[in-house]
Design a protein around this ligand. Structure first.
Ligand SMILES: Cc1cc2nc3c(=O)[nH]c(=O)nc-3n(C[C@H](O)[C@H](O)[C@H](O)COP(=O)(O)OP(=O)(O)OC[C@H]3O[C@@H](n4cnc5c(N)ncnc54)[C@H](O)[C@@H]3O)c2cc1C
Length: 384
């Protein structure tokens, strides 16, 4: 990604903010399994970080995607995945859909609040009976003269139990075709919406996750994004940005972990030598370092395509797949080289190991991405 001096100045001030406002609290938030989300969101909103690329008329800064790239990189440097997971849903997954396809009224009612940090957003796609298969979606919104009547449930939703609104994929017609999927913006204070937090989970402890249940919820028809029936198309289009963003976060996390473990191995004595001088360790680290170089370069090039508004969904899927796998390999290698200190000492290496496991699931499971990429196989061979 070509970054200018302005992007780098932005990085410096963002880094200072994260070091002052977030980093010192991470261990305690993780221990308590809860971050003070309202406080974090309003603080970050006031500083402009929640609307970097969003339109100025709704309180955003109207900046280019280079700023969202730097935002993703710096979030990935934090010592827990929770913060990037929660904030990235707000800034680069849920609200871009609203910014791009929402009516003026929807943007005034929801986008402005999300940018200022007064409102917390969620993206609600996954259901208990299927996340990878969008066609299997069961949540249904029936059109009536008063609006839509929504029924069903969404599962494993980031910010799910604290969100003020959820950008929700649902069915607006009979039958199970993807052509009757639509996206509705659901305020979670509507009668019939229940939010249930998920407390016990493997990682990302201080990030909220929850289930949303809709029981005869009357949703104003104005809360529809774009038109009925184009939910599948809008959602899959938005995957390019989401996957690019998540790939950058994962690369940045991998880089942070790799630097940390290289430093450790350079100081840990083993059989009268630095651990780093043992070939099995140095070769493994060199392999991961090389892989990181490749994946970062590829991801950066894909982000540039995204910034130029070029079609890059295939490349974004490749980047997300490889970055997710890489960060997991780095976390695993790191824990191995740290030995029991990595396994037993809470908060550092073991947290990375737990947190980054989600990267191969959230935002599209690895196999779902492979399924998507495999659709291009024959086409690319024909071109060759
Ligand atoms: C930490 C975390 C945060 C999340 N946040 C959100 C959120 O904010 N909003 C939201 O909507 N969802 C969220 N999810 C859900 C996530 O998007 C889903 O977990 C993911 O899409 C997979 O869906 P699933 O869990 O239903 O698994 P399933 O779809 O049941 O898939 C299970 C497994 O089957 C395999 N599989 C999937 N597809 C294929 C295929 N085509 N071929 C072969 N094997 C396949 C994969 O190994 C996959 O892991 C989150 C998940 C996690 C873990």
């Amino acid at each position: 990604m070509k970054l200018t001096r302005q992007h780098e100045l932005f990085r410096e001030s963002l880094r200072r903010t994260l070091h002052q406002e977030i980093a010192p609290h991470i261990d305690i938030w993780e221990k308590e399994r809860k971050m003070p989300a309202r406080e974090v969101y309003t603080k970050m909103g006031k500083l402009g970080y929640l609307g970097l690329t969003h339109p100025v008329e709704y309180g955003g800064l109207g900046l280019d995607l280079g700023y969202s790239y730097v935002w993703a990189q710096e979030l990935g440097k934090l010592s827990a995945g929770s913060i990037s997971m929660s904030l990235s849903v707000q800034t680069d997954i849920a609200t871009p859909l609203l910014a791009e396809y929402g009516s003026q009224e929807l943007k005034q009612n929801f986008l402005s609040g999300a940018i200022s940090g007064n409102l917390i957003a969620a993206i609600a796609v996954t259901e208990i009976k299927g996340g990878s298969d969008l066609g299997a979606m069961q949540v249904r919104a029936e059109r009536t003269s008063d609006g839509y009547i929504l029924n069903g449930g969404k599962a494993w939703i980031t910010n799910g139990s604290i969100a003020d609104f959820a950008v929700t994929l649902c069915r607006t017609g009979s039958g199970n075709s993807i052509s009757n999927l639509s996206i509705l913006v659901i305020p979670t204070n509507l009668p019939g919406v229940t939010r249930e937090p998920i407390i016990e989970k493997l990682g990302n402890w201080s990030c909220d996750h929850g289930h949303l249940t809709f029981n005869q919820v009357l949703v104003p028809s104005e809360n529809l994004l774009n038109e009925e029936g184009c939910g599948y198309e809008l959602q899959t289009r938005s995957f390019a940005r989401e996957r690019c963003f998540l790939a950058v976060v994962a690369c940045s996390q991998a880089k942070r972990m790799l630097h940390q473990v290289i430093h450790y191995a350079a100081h840990r004595q083993m059989l009268g030598e630095k651990l780093l001088n043992h070939q099995s360790a140095s070769f493994r680290l060199a392999e991961l370092f090389s892989e990181l170089d490749l994946v970062m370069t590829y991801t950066s090039a894909t982000y540039e395509k995204l910034a130029r508004n070029e079609d890059c969904i295939r490349e974004a899927s490749v980047a997300k797949l490889r970055a997710s796998r890489l960060v997991r390999s780095v976390a695993d290698c790191s824990l191995q080289l740290y030995g029991a200190a990595g396994y037993m000492t809470l908060g550092g290496v073991e947290r990375d190991f737990r947190d980054c496991r989600a990267s191969s699931l959230a935002g599209g499971a690895d196999e779902a991405l492979l399924h998507f990429i495999s659709a291009y196989l024959e086409h690319s061979t024909a071109k060759y």
